[in-house]
Write a protein that binds this ligand. Structure first.
Ligand SMILES: Cc1ncc(COP(=O)(O)O)c(C=O)c1O
Length: 481
């Protein structure tokens, strides 16, 4: 049955308006003729109540961490405390113009403190906060790597990237001017050392690793790998997307990494989604700091200064200093948690292992090693009814649960990657486990029900490939000839 709302989606009616401001309340400004538009803008003409209902209805169709559990592996969809939004919205922060350079010492101090905390947490010498996202941080980090090799005239051109890596890793290496050599992974996603040594030649400029890897497994040979790369004159890049389970436990710098990024919108609890605003600070060891992007915030005898004159820098990679509102939230998160940051890591790991152990009798677990914050099933254990990971994910929608990440990493054919995060209660996690078990049972008893899911959502199973290739971006497109 069509919903009431779908009958009246088009709400604009000529002459309606949602405001009652009088023209004389505004100062008249005379503009040059060429600046004036010739046609009136085509804006919806609606009553205030129509606008209110429209946005309220749209918000109710959304799913977010505030609606339910969001076990989207690799994305660390944790709860972002609301007080951080309030702090970031304080006029002292949100009211400052990006061009303002006097009277902003307090803001520069926050930039400096945050980069110092991130350095301490990760064992790096210095961070830039200027990059906008994890992938952007990767690019900046790889540009720093390239600049270091150029400065030392090493002539090295290749970057090793495991086949289990996130797709942004090889993309960033190529955009930064390297060629990529794919490394084989073991069954648990760790680096296959035989393949590593076979490919580690004199042209290798560095390696990009995610640790714990995208299967949630800690790279136990990291010290050996780090030694071998350094002996060959290469550098180690750490993809910090999975830093959450290591907080306060081990530091990438102590594992031998030279360059890294942190996705603040994952580990440091800033909003993640909708494409931003995000932040992917990049940290480096001491002798690489000269190559970090400008501007740099520097401590001076009487406060802080913005330094734009930085010899050696890879240049400016963002407008101003990145997404300031995002830093404020991450800074508040670090100050609020203090030494309890360790508990975040502990609970993230405990929750993931609890879910894994509670479901491994009905979902196929390819590796038995203890995981960190996430793990990957290879679909259902019983595959005789041909119910796929996609079917399971779609059926979860009927139970109001956001599905885990599916078909990534590419190591297992039916990959189903679960990351419960530390902010979910035991009751919520138990509820998720029960739903996952129910779906596994349904897959055996009534496979068609699962294969044709979802049944209760506004739209049913979509043709995702066509939707991506031929997107229909307006609600009334089907009415047009
Ligand atoms: C392992 C890994 N690396 C890199 C990225 C890219 O980060 P961002 O989405 O912030 O660009 C992601 C994002 O999910 C990731 O999971």
């Amino acid at each position: 049955m069509k919903s009431y709302e779908s009958f009246i989606f088009e709400k604009s009616t000529p002459g309606r308006k949602a405001y009652s401001l009088e023209k004389k309340a505004f100062k008249t400004v005379t503009l040059d003729a060429e600046l004036l538009r010739s046609d009136a803008p085509k804006l919806p003409e609606v009553y205030e109540l129509d606008v209110l209902r429209h946005f309220t209805n749209m918000s109710m169709k959304n799913y977010g961490i505030e609606t339910g559990m969001y076990p989207l592996g690799s994305c660390t969809m944790k709860y972002n405390p609301k007080i951080h939004q309030d702090i970031a919205a304080m006029p002292a922060f949100s009211g400052v113009h990006p061009y303002q350079e006097t009277g902003v010492d307090g803001l520069l101090e926050i930039y400096d403190h945050l980069q110092t905390y991130l350095s301490e947490i990760s064992g790096m010498h210095q961070f830039t906060l200027n990059s906008y996202a994890g992938a952007h941080g990767e690019l900046v980090g790889l540009m720093v790597m390239k600049r270091w090799h150029d400065a030392h005239q090493t002539g090295k051109t290749k970057v090793l990237v495991p086949d289990a890596a996130h797709g942004t890793n090889p993309a960033s290496a190529i955009v930064a001017g390297f060629s990529v050599v794919e490394l084989k992974s073991n069954h648990d996603g760790t680096v296959d050392l035989d393949d590593f040594y076979a490919k580690l030649d004199d042209e290798v400029a560095g390696i990009m690793l995610t640790n714990p890897n995208t299967l949630g497994v800690f790279e136990r040979n990291i010290l050996e790998i780090s030694q071998a790369i350094h002996d060959k004159g290469g550098l180690l890049y750490y993809d910090g997307a999975n830093l959450n389970p290591l907080l306060g436990m081990v530091r990438p710098g102590d594992m031998g990494f030279d360059i890294m990024h942190i996705n603040l919108h994952k580990t440091f609890s800033t909003p993640h989604g909708g494409g931003g605003p995000g932040s992917g600070p990049v940290g480096v060891r001491k002798d690489l700091a000269q190559f970090l992007p400008k501007p740099v915030i520097e401590k001076t005898a009487d406060g802080y200064a913005i330094n734009r004159d930085k010899p050696g820098t890879i240049g400016q990679i963002s407008q101003f200093y990145g997404n300031f509102g995002v830093y404020i939230k991450a800074y508040a998160f670090i100050l609020t948690n203090g030494e309890h940051l360790k508990d975040i890591a502990r609970y993230a790991v405990l929750n993931a292992n609890y879910v894994k152990e509670s479901l491994k009798d009905v979902y196929e677990l390819p590796t038995t090693v203890a995981c960190k914050h996430e793990f990957v099933f290879n679909g259902l254990k019983d595959k005789s009814d041909h119910v796929t990971t996609l079917d399971v994910a779609k059926r979860l929608l009927d139970y109001g649960v956001h599905p885990p990440t599916i078909y990534f990493p590419l190591l297992y054919k039916e990959a189903l990657m679960i990351e419960p995060v530390e902010t979910e209660s035991k009751q919520t996690i138990d509820g998720f486990i029960e739903i996952m078990r129910t779906v596994a049972k349904e897959a055996k008893e009534s496979p068609e029900l699962v294969k044709t899911a979802p049944h209760t959502t506004i739209v049913r199973r979509l043709d995702e490939a066509t939707a991506a290739r031929h997107p229909v971006l307006t609600y009334d497109a089907h009415l047009k000839p």
